[in-house]
Design a protein around this ligand. Structure first.
Ligand SMILES: Cc1cc2nc3c(=O)[nH]c(=O)nc-3n(C[C@H](O)[C@H](O)[C@H](O)COP(=O)(O)O)c2cc1C
Ligand SMILES: [Mn+2]
Length: 478
């Protein structure tokens, strides 16, 4: 079993999300095996092996949580796929899979501020200055095109220099040396905005990176919203209790007391070095670019820390963890404009499907406009009627095929801000945006009726009575 879940300075709580830290979450997952939990004793090579195992499992539609006990050249165990499965994340919040998006949207609306504690398990061991050695972390290499090992599961903590308000985000970190990391910060996102403020002052930006994070911290860190909206409060809202934080040793920041590993460091102004290539979640190897550098001043960790990884490239975990907070944000923003929205779903990178009970002419376009305002990453958005199950993309395309007239129902906004990770966009992420109104016009009620076999007949007919032998042969094959 995974041991030592409770750190110093922590008190037990009941009836909230599962555990308060990563370790108790892992223990719970090992016990319940939600979505699968596999402990691997055979040694892996940090070059490519983890990516190969994750990829091959996904080919057979499996996304179990994997715990690698032995990594060649390293002492720390590695876990991956912690948030790959929506059921696993939901269980981490103590809710059902069905209630997941509403639970996250609720936490956006009901934040609970963090509390500072005097001591944290994450500072059981400390190395600072010349003792810092990032090479001891089992950072992985995933693809033949990746420039170096990357730390992929770190939440970056930073503070706005004017207000002191915290910002949290995931940023890929390229291991460049014993105490140096390359960092990629999207232009237009909050961390980049804070770094720009520090550059104006010609001052370094202090950051801390938390590795080994409870799902509430991960999904909260990825919350999308106004600059002022504090991710720490959303984490509290997701946990149902304040996030317990402890002071860093070498930078003026608070970090989760129960994390596995914290990197403390500074990003100097005006320094740029090649970072990448790195195989991104879009499925493309993003070319090397000139990006800022983190100087790591200290590493603190629990005794016997567990290293968390998120497999680079287009894999379930990145897609699941990124889309949960996106969907919650789209849902709340679109609902504010169009209360008739029923559900939202990210169908592909930068692509959103919305379903709604259209009441009035023009509402579908209003929903699209709201969606494009909700997050700069959105590129293509489709609205369908409530009769379409948006988790079934065949049905979505059926609606597009049969309810859309392109000259009437598609609009294009040219040259707006988007993601620089989209290889079809201009280098700094300038991109066209497309909205598709695939609702029936003028309304579903007056549209061509959908044919169905009478439901009472569907109920009455039992296939076994007619093609029983055939069914048996199907089952024995499957
Ligand atoms: C696994 C993972 C890795 C990510 N890596 C990066 C990255 O390297 N750079 C970046 O700008 N955003 C990255 N993101 C997206 C941001 O973390 C996300 O957009 C976040 O909400 C930004 O927060 P902010 O607007 O508060 O800065 C990543 C997301 C995930 C899930
Ligand atoms: Mn933010």
């Amino acid at each position: 079993m995974i041991s030592g879940s409770r750190g110093r300075g922590k008190t037990a709580r009941k009836g909230r999300s599962v555990g308060e830290d990563f370790r108790s979450f892992l223990q719970e997952m090992e016990k319940t095996k939600e979505g699968g939990f596999v402990r691997i004793t055979k040694e892996i090579d940090p070059y490519y092996d983890l990516a190969a195992i994750v990829t091959k499992l996904e080919q057979v539609r499996a996304i179990p949580l994997l715990l690698f006990e032995k990594v060649k050249g390293h002492d720390l165990p590695v876990v991956v796929n912690c948030y790959a499965d929506r059921g696993r994340v939901a269980r981490g919040f103590g809710v059902s899979r069905r209630d997941l998006i509403r639970r996250v949207a609720h936490a956006y609306q009901h934040p609970i501020p963090p509390v500072e504690v005097a001591q944290g398990a994450v500072q059981e061991e400390i190395s600072a200055g010349s003792e810092v050695d990032l090479k001891k972390l089992p950072a992985m290499v995933y693809h033949n095109t990746d420039a170096a090992p990357y730390i992929t599961a770190g939440i970056v903590f930073a503070k706005d220099p004017d207000t002191g308000s915290y910002n949290l985000s995931y940023n890929r970190l390229m291991v460049k040396g014993k105490d140096r990391l390359g960092i990629f910060m999207t232009v237009g996102k909050h961390l980049n905005a804070i770094y720009m403020k520090m550059e104006e002052r010609k001052r370094p930006l202090e950051i801390a990176v938390s590795i080994g994070n409870h799902p509430a911290w991960a999904i909260g860190a990825l919350a999308i919203g106004p600059y002022e909206e504090n991710e720490l409060g959303i984490i509290g809202g997701l946990q149902g209790s304040p996030l317990e934080m402890v002071k860093c040793r070498t930078v003026d920041l608070l970090v989760p007391a129960g994390a596995e590993i914290i990197l403390e460091g500074e990003i100097d102004p005006f320094v740029r070095e090649p970072e990448g290539p790195f195989g991104e979640f879009t499925g493309y190897a993003i070319r090397s670019g000139n990006n800022p550098v983190v100087r790591v001043k200290a590493i603190t960790n629990r005794r016997h820390p567990i290293y968390q990884d998120i497999c680079g490239g287009s894999h379930r975990e990145h897609l699941t963890m990124a889309t949960i907070p996106m969907e919650a944000n789209y849902f709340r923003v679109i609902k504010a404009a169009v209360p008739e929205v029923e559900a939202v779903r990210m169908a592909a990178p930068f692509t959103l499907v919305i379903s709604m009970r259209k009441k009035y002419e023009g509402q579908a376009r209003t929903a699209l406009i709201a969606a494009f305002g909700a997050d700069l990453y959105l590129k293509h958005a489709i609205v369908v009627d409530h009769d379409i199950d948006i988790s079934d993309l065949q049905r979505v395309f059926w609606a597009v095929a049969t309810r859309v007239q392109a000259s009437r129902d598609i609009f294009i906004i040219s040259r707006a801000r988007g993601s620089s990770l989209d290889p079809s966009a201009e280098p700094l992420g300038v991109t066209d945006k497309m909205g598709i109104d695939a609702t029936a016009k003028p309304s579903l009620e007056t549209f061509s009726p959908v044919n169905t076999v009478p439901p009472e007949v569907m109920d009455r007919i039992k296939l076994e009575d007619y093609v029983g032998g055939f069914l048996t042969s199907l089952r024995s094959k499957g």
